[in-house]
Design a protein around this ligand. Structure first.
Ligand code: ATR
Length: 273
């Protein structure tokens, strides 16, 4: 029987992962099965135990199980430990390896697909939830000139900055404190766009020609991207490339070969209108 992988989440009907991994498997000539698994709330460990007992080799993990997956893993990468969240599991005998490829996927999309370096740039991340946790270490490794976290609840940004203080100086601030500052790359990692809301980032934060990146995928021109566009941003992007790249990282981790992501990105791109 072919190796079995799956994405686990709740709800799960919206997932693109089986489609993406199906494309990757075909393009790499790999024989594997990839399905979607709706995990009952409160029964993550039992569901994963059963998947492993059935011969399952690995899982992608999505909302709301990323923290439970972190607890389930027996070995965590440094990225996953800092994120406190796991988005990919690999099963090797009794060992359960936990990884977080979200931030890596984002960095790869920005630097490789979109052609924007983070190195030496002024970078602003909006939010201080799971998405920002996942992005912090990969961003720090790119050595931006400055890295600023702005969050509605300031204490959460301050806590996160303190957690990575041994790696780099991260500026934690309120939205109001962004007045008078400009950034070359601005990332919306809040969940505001999921409800059509706008995080209160000042229009002046967008340096002329900057990249404005919405981590949410497939929402079109969100209020954040609309503001960026009206404020002189030079390039607008959403999270389609991040989605494809984090999946490619997981695929490579499991299968030992990294698929090309361009076809998947082209197929899944929703126009920003
Ligand atoms: P995720 O795992 O997707 O990052 P999360 O952990 O619930 O989700 O975090 C959501 C983030 O979006 C938080 O930083 C939240 O700000 P608070 O910490 O102040 O709650 C932010 N957020 C959600 N709605 C927002 C809005 N309308 N304006 C600004 N920030 C918002």
């Amino acid at each position: 029987m072919s190796d079995h992988y799956a994405v686990i989440g709740n709800p799960i009907s919206q997932t693109k992962s089986p489609l993406i991994h199906g494309w990757y498997a075909r393009s790499c000539g790999q024989t594997m099965r990839y399905t979607a698994l709706e995990g009952p709330l409160g029964r993550f460990a039992e569901t994963v135990d059963a998947f492993r007992a059935d011969g399952g080799r690995g899982l992608n993990v999505t909302v709301p199980f990323k923290m439970e997956a972190c607890a389930y893993a027996t070995t965590l990468s440094e990225r996953a430990r800092l994120a406190g969240a796991v988005n990919a599991l690999k099963f090797e005998g009794d060992e359960v390896l936990g990884e977080n490829f979200d931030g890596m996927g984002l960095v790869r999309d920005v630097t490789h697909n979109l052609g924007f370096a983070l190195r030496g740039k002024r970078v602003l991340l909006l939010g201080a939830g799971g998405a920002v946790r996942g992005a912090l270490l990969p961003f720090i490794h790119e050595q931006p000139a400055s890295l600023t976290l702005a969050n509605r609840t300031l204490s959460k940004a301050v806590t996160l900055a303190a957690e990575v203080a041994s790696h780099a100086t991260v500026n934690a601030c309120s939205y109001e404190a962004l007045a008078g500052q400009q950034f070359d790359l601005v990332f919306n990692a809040t969940s505001a766009s999921l409800r059509g809301e706008l995080p209160p980032v000042p229009a002046t934060a967008f340096a002329p020609g900057c990249l404005a990146y919405e981590l949410a995928y497939g929402k079109g021109l969100t209020p954040f991207l609309r503001l960026a566009q009206a404020s002189g941003a030079g390039y607008l992007a959403d999270g389609v490339g991040m989605l494809a790249e984090q999946a490619a990282e997981a695929f490579a981790w499991w299968r030992g070969t990294r698929p090309d992501t361009q076809t998947v990105i082209a197929q899944l791109t929703v126009p920003l209108v």
